[in-house]
Ligand binder design. Structure first.
Ligand code: PGA
Length: 421
């Protein structure tokens, strides 16, 4: 079957935040089809070092660029030449960070090309981008209670994500059982704390009660204990502080509007330590603003042997920034998002570097998602033991894709050995 690209078409789609986004379809001469639609971070939580999502003219300009400028250059190329096609996208863009065509534009083309090649060859994407040994699944860092830039600042908890991660699952069934139970229990506890709570959710589909982060962590700790007692699955806590969004550059303080507190850099570090000393936290992301590698290094030195110290906005899935983090021992894990860098090739290189240096790559969704479930396949293909996404709503298709992969692999499917556990 020929994997030569016959056609490339871009069009409009909407994401789960009801924002316009771009969808690209790639068709090969062998009849293979690859479709990808772009996710996007929230305005206040997008990393300052990630590629800009769209060209200056926005989504419609991106669609025009693909249909009029990029598609003619891709027709006739072999979809299997991923590295070449991704480098061509860089060349067409002509800037260091896809500022002209947009990171999302490059991302959806890159992913649609890979999907079209895989589809033509009759391979699932995780197998096409992985190896015959890509049979290890990934465990969700389930974002179940939201806040920060994904909710209403000052009313919701100040941190962006309060997660639970099941750590002793024997199958995806255990993952589903524990996460469903935890999700329901959190809702009940939120209702009990605030009888007037409307049952609201954030951009990700996580519950958003009007409580502080401390209360949120107390709820998650209780829920984890109850899940363990009821079904024997151990769940640990996770946090995405998204501290960049709390940082006031002028005043040089972290502003916790819901809590009614401001914290200096030193107080922020002290606060994170207090949280890590008090609650059974396994994963903590973006504990400081994205230029403060030293703050991450301090936390990593004290807790990196038992807690995943994760740089998302810190690294922005950027190889140079990851190299700096490795040199400074700033984190032991980082978030993998293709549209932060722009192409599968660039992202793969960052993941490969991380594996070689003992840094755990954690695949992740964006807060504005589409029906594209590529993050599940990428996590399996690239050996990411954890995958961060909201469990409910926009996370459901991702979870369903993991279940499909598990069924497809049958007896070969393995649960990952989780780092530090
Ligand atoms: P974002 O948030 O997609 O809005 O950037 C997700 C995250 O911070 O991991």
């Amino acid at each position: 079957m020929s994997t030569i690209i016959k056609d490339v078409r871009a069009g409009l789609a909407i994401d789960t935040r009801a924002e316009r986004t771009i969808e690209v379809t790639v068709i090969t001469e062998g009849g293979g089809i690859g479709v990808s639609s772009a996710p996007r971070g929230a305005p206040l939580s997008r990393g300052v070092f990630e590629a800009p999502s769209y060209p200056p003219g926005g989504v419609f300009q991106a669609i025009k660029i693909v249909n009029e400028e990029i598609a003619p250059k891709l027709r006739g190329l072999d979809a299997k030449d991923q590295e070449y096609i991704d480098s061509l996208l860089r060349e067409i863009d002509g800037t260091p960070n896809f500022a002209r065509i947009g990171g999302n534009t490059a991302t959806v083309i890159s992913i649609a090309v890979a999907k079209a090649a895989a589809n033509t060859l009759g391979l699932p994407l995780y197998r096409y981008l992985g190896t015959p040994f890509s049979t290890t699944l990934t465990v969700p860092l389930a974002n179940l209670l939201g806040g920060g830039p994904h909710a209403r600042y000052g009313v919701a908890p100040d941190f962006q994500e309060h997660q639970l991660v099941p750590v002793n699952c024997k199958s995806m069934q255990d993952v589903i059982d524990s996460c469903i139970l935890a999700y329901q229990k959190i809702r009940e506890k939120c209702e009990r704390i605030d009888p007037n709570w409307t049952g609201g959710k954030d951009d990700e589909g996580a519950w958003v009660p009007n409580i502080t982060d401390w209360q949120a962590l107390e709820i998650l700790t209780e829920v984890a204990d109850e899940v363990k007692d009821e079904i024997g699955i151990k769940m640990l806590l996770g946090l995405d502080c998204a501290a960049e969004g709390l940082w006031n550059k002028e005043k040089r303080v972290y502003v916790y509007k819901r809590e009614g507190k401001e914290r200096t850099r030193e107080e922020q570090i002290e606060y994170i330590c207090r949280l890590l000393d008090t609650f059974p936290i396994y994963h903590v992301e973006d504990i400081a603003e994205s230029n403060d590698f030293e703050a991450f290094a301090e936390i990593n030195k004290r807790y990196g042997h038992k807690v995943l110290i994760d740089g998302d906005d810190l690294i922005a899935c950027n190889l140079e920034r990851l190299k700096k983090a490795v040199e400074m021992k700033a984190c032991n894990s980082f978030i993998v998002k293709v549209n932060m860098t722009g192409t599968l090739t660039d992202t793969y290189r960052v993941v490969e570097f991380a594996h070689r240096h003992g840094i755990t790559p954690i695949k992740s969704c964006r807060s504005g998602e589409t029906e594209d479930t590529v993050i599940a396949d990428l996590a399996v293909a690239w050996g990411c033991p954890l995958n961060k996404f909201a469990f409910a709503e926009k996370g459901a298709p991702k979870m369903n894709r993991l279940l499909q992969i598990e069924r497809e692999l049958g007896k070969k499917a393995k649960m990952p050995k989780l780092p530090l556990i």
